[in-house]
Ligand binder design. Sequence first.
Ligand code: ADP
Ligand code: MG
Ligand code: MG
Length: 876
Amino acid sequence: MTNKKYVYLFTEGNAKMRNLLGGKGANLAEMTNLGIPVPQGFTVSTEACIKYHDDGKSISKDIILQINDALTELEKITGKSFGISDNPLLLSVRSGARVSMPGMMDTILNLGLNDITVEKIAKLTNNIRFAYDSYRRFIQMFSDVVMGIEKRKFEDLIDRVKEEKGVKIDTELDENDLRKLVIQFKELYIKEIGNPFPEDPRQQLIEAVSAVFRSWNNPRAIVYRRLNDIPGEWGTGVNVQSMVFGNMGNTSGTGVAFTRNPATGENKIFGEYLINAQGEDVVAGIRTPQPITKLKEDSPKCYDEFINIAHKLENHYKDIQDMEFTIEQGKLYFLQTRNGKRTAQAALKIAVDMVNEGSITKEEAILKVEPRQLETLLHPAFDLDEIKRAAAIAKGLPASPGAACGKIYFTAEEAKKHHEKGEKVILVRLETSPEDIEGMIAAEGILTVRGGMTSHAAVVARGMGTCCVAGCGKISINEEKKLLKADGKSYNEGDYVSLDGSTGNVYGEAIKTTVPTISGNFEIFMKWADQIKKLQVRTNADTPSEAKEAIKFGAKGIGLCRTEHMFFEADRIPAVREMIVASTAEQRKKALDKLLPMQKKDFIGIYEAMEGNPVTIRFLDPPLHEFLPSEEEDIRALAKEMGISFEELKTTIASLHEFNPMMGHRGCRLTVSYPEIAEMQTTAIIEAAIEVNKKKGFNIVPEIMIPLVAEIKELKFVKDIVVKTANQVIEKSEEKLKYSVGTMIEIPRAALTADEIAKEAEFFSFGTNDLTQMTFGFSRDDAGKFLNDYYENKIYEFDPFEKLDQVGVGKLVKMAVELGRKTRPDIHLGICGEHGGDPSSVEFCHATGLDYVSCSPFRVPLARLASAQAQVKNPR
Ligand code: ADP
Ligand code: MG
Ligand code: MG
């Protein structure tokens, strides 16, 4: 029997094996195949990670044996040996999932060092300082990543030694300082852990590999996965690679670079590097790095080689590359390449440029922009007049574009807390680290004092599309006193600051922000998306201004116009209340007569705004208690208006109380009790359409949608009222008008009997908010309180109200589609829940064969792109 293979040498893999080897591992193998200088090594597969967790967090003997075999191969390739020897092999241990999860899982460098090998390395390189610098870094990283000892505790020890010596930067520490630090680090280790630091390299390796596997399930990784739709079952790979050293003196260095500018998309190499440095030094913001162009002066040979390889990689992957490299004593090595994260602006420019350069097709270009990212382009920019008058108090690096205005907070916790209270917040940090992730998500903008364009803050902010100004050395902050100082002025926690992520400007005041339009590359790109997509995109809009906005963003109609929102306005609510509490049909009729002209006016406005595109109008739906007066003053006024006593009205209101209004007297049930409501709404819808068609020369075919249907007879009852009323109105007008009547599918029983329902319904619109609520049996308004416990216990991985539950709710949708089409082959099908604006749900709707999705105006471009991507990936 042959054992399953869990460990692959870089020479055994390739880019197509991403699922098995993780992105980093697959690309290291691919670069090896391309003949690019990569320090050799091997990848422990993602399947090994899953097995590790299945086996109760332990690495099986079999996997350990395979790792040992790979080590033997690596020793042969490198001519070094792992463990005690005159030429010790040192390793890096690096995580790498299928998609990159920046900063989520940490790398361990220089593994294999111990009190003996450190001396060997010192002798071999004739550089004691280097050997001990590497050793102290290893102890630090191992302690942090594997044992969970806080990084800060080590940094404090370093700071103390620097202070004693009166020096400022790490490179000013000499070999004796570093020897001293190694001893102190080990003492700290014993104090924290209770055991001495492990000296056996093989033990170090296995513990490091296990730690990477464990980190797949750390809370930060789980939050990131939920945010980015990454399933927990993917697991992470672990890359074990021979070390190269960027910290061997002034002909060594390390850096990161992009083949194009990730902020603007400009077709020009963009990067940073540091001389005599290792690993995360560049991104940690400890020292300020040099631009990559400086390498041309420092080492023209390395620079040329670097540029050549960079171009080769971009041509090979047909996408902007984000590369990590290290130079060891004048010799260049590539440590990583991946498709670069970029801002939405850059993504669009790169996609359009690459099509124009002839290197990719429009279909390929469509796949190069993340739908979610487009939202950032629709986010605010500064009001031009206000920004002209404002004076910047400081300028940092323009790390992630956009405009942000909010109150400043100095810790992730505070930022998160105040965001939850509804404040707009700006997170201000010296530099950010992965622990800050939730505060960064909560923030409108992020401001850091230290760090470059590739610092943690910059990378993560760009990924999230959040405005960020990084490396703003002109400000100083005091976290304890919650104070920011800039330009001679002080700003306290809670004071307003505005950030311009495109220029790096920081303003010490609130500046109004405005919404941008779709133009330039964005417009060109969206045209391509529209040419490709099959699933149409409509919008959910209740007012003419929302409808206009959505048209601007490319909506091809309204999929859901909720009529109740129109009723909440101050001048209408009295009439609505009158209608609800009416005890006779006559009273109700009187109230409805007041509402009719108002509703008709609303619909005229919406039809006109939609410029002849289709409009689906849903009948009154919500639980009535939302409209009932609760203040005594309001009740008195209403009683007077209706000519009844205060007591009588109070009793009526009390009798309308429901224990579970979400499942109460709402939707079509209202019309079953009070047909007058449907009569009024139908009249308004039809009269408005006739008027607008006549005035504007449109050919509007109103789509009347009946909500909350569970039973065919119920639908027929309401539809009969609609048809009778509509036909009367049309006849009276002596004009011609077509209209259609359909239903929402939002109660499981409707989905289960969709073949019946389709006998009456000319269209279905899946109301996946209620359908999710009713299928799971928990309310959208209450689920927030306990869903977190479900994520933590890995029962659910995402919020089913945001991302459609394809397994359960999706099954009902598919079933209803099939049943509906069986009865009525040309039945028109759409979805109008929040899911219409979620990319993976859009993909599902495409695959299920719906005709359109409908989402909020701001998500329309996102849905158009997601729809085009679905067609490219899975043509229908
Ligand atoms: P991340 O996913 O956070 O970027 P990496 O695994 O890429 O983590 O490691 C971070 C950094 O560690 C790399 O950019 C590189 O500078 C350094 N590093 C990783 N492996 C090696 C190695 N074999 N030799 C030298 N440096 C390495
Ligand atoms: Mg990292
Ligand atoms: Mg990396």
